[in-house]
Design a protein around this ligand. Structure first.
Ligand SMILES: *Cc1c(COP(=O)(O)O)cnc(C)c1O
Length: 384
């Protein structure tokens, strides 16, 4: 396992390290000027008016649910093919996630199926830009506007992506990003909510700071001790140490996205006419940022199942992974919300076939060649 090429990996350089060290020598380790600088930089990069930094992508989802007014009994539509945090955030606010099936070739929310799940208790829709490809936002926006629902984008895979020339960050009422090390840029742990709505932004600023109206730095500047807690909140703050790292990482993001797209092109070419594996479909007029490169196995042409193919590739040094076990199949959701097999059949079938191949900007051309050769070799061995 020593030489395993991972499916994702951060890229930290000396500039990043220096940025962090500079903050450690400064007055503000948290609630300082780096937080605002990072927020402004992300807002500008994605084209949104407001950005609020929080301690993780999960905290960002929770804050988005709070701003969207999710309460006990409210239903929120979430795709089944996602990380559990997407659905968990609904539950944090007392809401009920309603799982929606995905399209078989993109694994993105199927708008037709989404429409059918709306009822009077539905309050919001979460779109997950799976693998780094934006959802069909025009269709989703039509549905949410028509039914007076809040549209939340879980864009943890899609920082820098575009749909019909419009940036992710401008396509929903609230958009959420993650800065976990496997994502496009990292702050160790970290997240961000962006929005054009000033009230949402203010609610989230309060929510990340115990529900308190002003932060420590603002009170210090104003020379006062007084503050008010208006609602229940959390400590979901992101530190200046982390924001300095994020700012430094952000400068490299455009080049990293280009590199991810270059790697994807090589995979696309290699698997274009392959009878054993198929890449996910990419919509026209989409700028896909490839957090993941996912293939689907053509099990009809193979003697082995996905588990066997997975371990063969791991043994060959390829750190393949599976994204995701459909959320509605986890024991917690089965037990607490009565979900189970059969409610999202497309996601369930896809789950048996998907593999994520290594995809990160520091991968070399030789790494890509090695992955392609290993996939082709393992498929030949298991050919039916
Ligand atoms: C990574 C991720 C999250 C959670 O982000 P964290 O920063 O790890 O809390 C949520 N949703 C999706 C789709 C993700 O990929």
């Amino acid at each position: 396992m020593t030489d395993l090429l991972p499916y994702a990996r951060q890229w930290i350089d000396e500039e990043d390290i220096q940025a962090v060290v500079n903050v450690l020598r400064s007055d503000w380790l948290t609630t300082g000027p780096m937080v605002e600088a990072f927020e402004k930089a992300i807002a500008k990069f994605v084209g949104a008016k407001y950005a609020v930094a929080v301690s993780s992508g999960t905290a960002a989802l929770h804050a988005a649910m709070y701003a969207a007014g999710i309460f006990k009994g409210a239903k929120v539509l979430v795709p089944s093919m996602t990380f559990v945090a997407t659905a968990n955030a609904v539950v944090f606010q007392g809401g009920t996630p309603v799982f929606v099936d995905v399209e078989p070739d993109t694994l993105l929310t199927d708008p037709t199926k989404l429409q059918k799940k709306i009822n009077p208790k539905t309050r919001a829709v979460v779109a997950v830009d799976y693998a780094g490809q934006p959802c069909a936002y025009d269709a989703l926006r039509d549905i949410t506007s028509h039914n007076d629902l809040v549209l939340i984008a879980d864009a943890c895979h899609a920082l820098g992506a575009k749909h019909n020339g419009r940036k992710v960050g401008t396509l929903a009422d609230l958009t959420v990003f993650s800065f976990h090390p496997v994502k496009h840029i990292t702050t160790g742990e970290g997240g961000m909510v962006v929005t054009d709505n000033p009230e949402f932004a203010e609610l989230i600023r309060r929510f990340r700071n115990h529900g308190i109206t002003s932060d420590h730095r603002r009170r210090a500047e104003m020379g006062t001790w007084y503050y008010e807690m208006l609602d229940l909140g959390y400590n979901y703050r992101l530190t200046d140490i982390q924001c300095a790292l994020g700012l430094s990482q952000l400068r490299k993001l455009p080049a990293w996205i280009e590199r991810r797209r270059e790697i994807a092109r090589r995979y696309d070419e290699a698997f274009a006419d392959d009878s054993y594996v198929k890449a996910l479909k990419v919509y026209e007029k989409t700028y896909h940022v490839y957090h993941l490169y996912v293939i689907q196995l053509n099990l009809e042409r193979l003697k082995a199942n996905r588990a066997t193919i997975f371990s063969s590739l791991r043994k060959a040094g390829i750190g393949v992974n599976v994204h995701y076990i459909p959320a509605h199949l986890h024991p917690y959701y089965r037990t607490s919300f009565g979900t189970g097999t059969g409610i999202c059949p497309v996601a369930e079938v896809a789950y048996e076939r998907i593999l994520s191949l290594p995809m990160f900007p520091a991968m070399t051309d030789e790494d890509v060649t090695k992955v392609i050769a290993a996939v082709k070799g393992v498929m030949e061995i298991h050919s039916a």
